[in-house]
Design a protein around this ligand. Structure first.
Ligand code: SF4
Length: 214
């Protein structure tokens, strides 16, 4: 059984898949506590579903793109079986993970969007650096959420030291909502000359920052 906060259909709001129709399976719980977290409502509660129950709901939405997210989706052991079953059913599966849990046992057919926590999140010491070794340049994306200039400097260093421009399908630079000036962030990115992309959380601009289930 898995503890699930919500299952819904929307458009993908982040990553290079932004704008695509997508069904989201948002699992409950996260061992991290990023100071700017926008998903605190996933930390507790939720309802227990079997994998079969989840698959029935996902099928009803009729999207071939499915994102397993959270919270931290990989914090529940059964999530790895859910991902495998979704892949078996020929869904294109995205995993949005906070980077604390090892991705070693994720079904290789799934595409991983891996957060690297920057210092201002308060959770930088908990990054599992082994996850970088498993990145696949044709599939996986890396995301840095930037809250201030210190985070931006940190992100550039991590990208360069780990050769991420060659090792990830995309490097996403995302502003922490309301914490960094967007034009300033755009200027930093433009001046960097790096193979990275700025991303805005599309769903927040469409429905507002506090609406759930979108
Ligand atoms: S990893 Fe994600 S869900 Fe967990 S505290 Fe950080 S932002 Fe929130």
């Amino acid at each position: 059984m898995l503890r699930v906060t919500e299952i819904f259909r929307s458009i993908q709001g982040e990553s290079t898949h932004a704008g695509r129709p997508c069904t989201f399976v948002r699992l409950t719980g996260c061992p991290m506590r990023c100071v700017w977290c926008d998903s605190e409502y996933t930390f507790s509660g939720g309802e227990h579903y079997s994998i079969d129950d989840i698959l029935v709901q996902v099928e009803a939405f009729g999207c071939k793109l499915v994102e397993v997210t959270g919270g931290e989706p990989l914090a529940q052991k059964e999530a790895f079986n859910l991902i495998q079953r979704l892949c078996d059913e020929d869904y294109e599966v995205l995993i949005e993970t906070g980077g604390y849990v090892s991705t070693a046992d994720v079904d290789p057919r799934a595409k991983i969007i891996l957060d690297i926590k920057c210092p201002a999140s308060g959770e930088e010491p908990r990054n599992d650096w082994s996850n970088l070794q498993r990145l696949r340049a044709d599939k996986d994306e890396v995301k840095f959420v930037i809250a201030d200039e210190g985070d931006w400097t940190y992100a550039k260093r991590i990208i360069q030291e780990n050769y991420l421009e060659a090792r990830a399908r995309a490097i996403l630079i995302s502003p922490a909502w309301g914490q960094v000036d967007l034009q300033q962030l755009a200027d930093w990115i433009a001046a960097s000359g790096m193979k990275i992309r700025m991303q805005l959380q599309l769903h927040k601009y469409i429905w507002g920052p506090d609406v759930k289930g979108v």
